[in-house]
Unconditional design. Sequence first.
Length: 209
Amino acid sequence: MKSGLTVTKDSAQSIFDALKAIGKRDVLVGIPSDRAQRSEGQGINNAELGYLHSNGGTIQIPEHDVTVNRKINADGSFAQNGQFVRAGKSNFSTIHTVKAYSVTLPPRPFLELGIAYKNKEIVAELKLAAVAALSGDAAWSEKYLNRAGLIAMNGAKGVIQAGDKLTPLAESTKRSRRSRGRIGEKPLYDTGGLLRAITYIVRDKNATS
């Protein structure tokens, strides 16, 4: 019985090489070590913070000083009833010492939710990567792997930017933000540092970061 398959060129070696190459590659989405650093003096980096946010946990906050910014009118009274403002709009600042305390974070699995939301698109790109490998085209296979990573990355960022799929902020967190002149109430989105740190990489399985 004829198989219906016509071989016009022996490309077995190139197919084998491409399959071997894709089998050694990983698509990773998250916060790599070279993007984990936060502002100077902060005891936890973005990678650790992302893990805690995803899985939940308790953070020990050491004693530290905070600067409170407000605005004073020309007559010496506080503007906006003394509410805190951003540093750029302030003309009156005071420094306060905050004693050590702990914060318990509920799980907010932004990576998992983002990947699940974009699952069909991600799987489609991975299938194309496999097809390209079977065709012996390692270059296109790599491109599809990168496209899968990009989609997954944007999915995770989209979860943070939308904010509606995550456990809402506690009232104490809202008060803390307002004390620093921040009015946003989206979970995981305060300074934007965590959001900017999220990326993807395509690398060999045995590589380390």
